[in-house]
Each structure stands twice: as C-alpha cells, then as structure tokens.
Design a protein around this ligand. Structure first.
Ligand SMILES: O=C(O)[C@@H](O)C(=O)COP(=O)(O)O
Ligand code: ZN
Length: 212
C-alpha cells in the first residue's frame, strides 16, 4: 500500500474512533496528516464519524487544494503547526468537553493550561499554551500558532477547544485523549488542595522518556 493510501485509511479509522468514543460530536473537529508531497486534511463540515478515505482533502506543499472535498476551514491552523514543528506528522483538533471547559475558564493559566498532575500528561502532552480567541477559520489562528515558534505541541484555543500535534496520527490521537482526560481531572479537582508533580519530577520524566 502507498504511504498516502495508508495515511488516508489511518485518518478515517482514527476519526471514527474519536467520534464513536465521544471525543467529537456532529461535525466538530478536524484532523490532518503530513505527506512527503503535501498534507491530508479532513473536509469541512464533515462528521469525523464518517470520513471517506477517498474524499479526504489533499493540499500540495504550497498549500493549494489539489484533490478531494474542500478542506477544513482550519487549514491555517494545521499548516502553522507543520511549518513550525518539523517533527509533527499529524494534528488533531477537537471540541472535547473538558479541554474545551478549561479553554473557557477565566483563571486557566494561559502559559500553562494543563499543570503537571500526572506523569502521563507530562510524557504525552507537555506544556499547553492558551491561544487567544479568534473566530473559527480565521487566518489569524495560523499567525498565533506561528508566533509560538514551535515551542508547544499542544494548545487550547480560547473558548473553542484543543489542538494537538504528534509525530504521527496515533501519537497525536493519544495525546489529544490524554489532554482531554487530564482536563477532566483538573476541573474535577478545582477548589481542592491538589498536589502537582514537582519541577524535579517533570525534569526527570523528560530526561527518562523525552518527547514521545
Ligand atoms: O469550530 C469550528 O468551526 C472548526 O474549528 C471545527 O471544528 C470544524 O470545522 P470544519 O473542519 O471546517 O468542519
Ligand atoms: Zn473547532
């Protein structure tokens, strides 16, 4: 099977899995994957529950739409991740409930939306930045991601939802799920005295496991 065919099948399977398990509802969210000659993106207004591998949008290396249905309106967001994070092979954007709740709470720390509660969120997601609100599909979302210079593999779009990159579709999907579950814990623990991992613990995890 060609690399492109394989990625198309993988994208469809990941999207369906995220949808079936409630990480995406309706037509919310979008997913992309990097190819040697461009980027595959889920089409706009498509439910992640039913992505046809043959209708996935393909953009060339200049960002031109070359085949498939019209791409997600968040094309700028996805491109900015690939342009600033050479190691990124896939990007997942969701409106998953708890991460979106964190993106709406006034006292979420914009420089560290997801503090180090458990080892796994440190290992899979890392530090998460809050990106100021712009309306969905606004090209400014790409500028805001570019301004981060590739320093964050995951962000929360204020009052909108999470965007997570990974070295491949599997990693990006796992990281998006881990972010969602940790956001749920963080909201559940609000108002309670909570012990976070220490800086030394975080450094130790990074030294042991690196960026996964
Ligand atoms: O929130 C939005 O409108 C988009 O970010 C989104 O999640 C779905 O848009 P399309 O991918 O264009 O369907
Ligand atoms: Zn969205």
């Amino acid at each position: 099977m060609s690399i492109e065919r394989d990625l198309r099948e993988q994208m469809s399977t990941l999207c369906a899995s995220l949808y079936q398990r409630g990480f995406s509802v309706g037509t919310a969210g979008n997913v992309s994957a990097r190819l040697p000659d461009g980027i595959l993106m889920t089409p706009t207004n498509a439910t992640l529950g039913g992505i046809d591998p043959d209708k996935i949008s393909k953009l060339d290396l200049n960002g031109e739409h070359v085949s498939g249905d019209r791409p997600t309106k968040e094309v700028f967001l996805h491109q900015a991740f690939y342009d600033t994070r050479p190691e990124a092979g896939a990007v997942v954007h969701l409106h998953s409930t708890w991460a979106t709740a964190l993106s709406c709470l006034e006292d979420t720390d914009p420089d560290d939306c997801v503090p180090p509660l458990t080892p796994y969120v440190v290992m899979r997601v890392g530090r998460v930045k809050l990106v100021p609100y712009v309306k969905p599909g606004d090209p400014k979302s790409g500028d805001l991601i570019r301004d981060l210079n590739g320093a964050y593999g995951a962000v929360l779009l204020a009052n909108h939802g999470p965007v997570v990159s990974g070295k491949d579709l599997f990693s990006a999907g796992c990281a998006a799920e881990e972010l969602e579950e940790t956001a749920k814990l963080l909201v559940a623990l609000r108002g309670q005295k909570t012990r976070l991992l220490s800086n030394a613990d975080v450094m130790d995890l990074k030294a042991t496991f690196g960026n996964m």
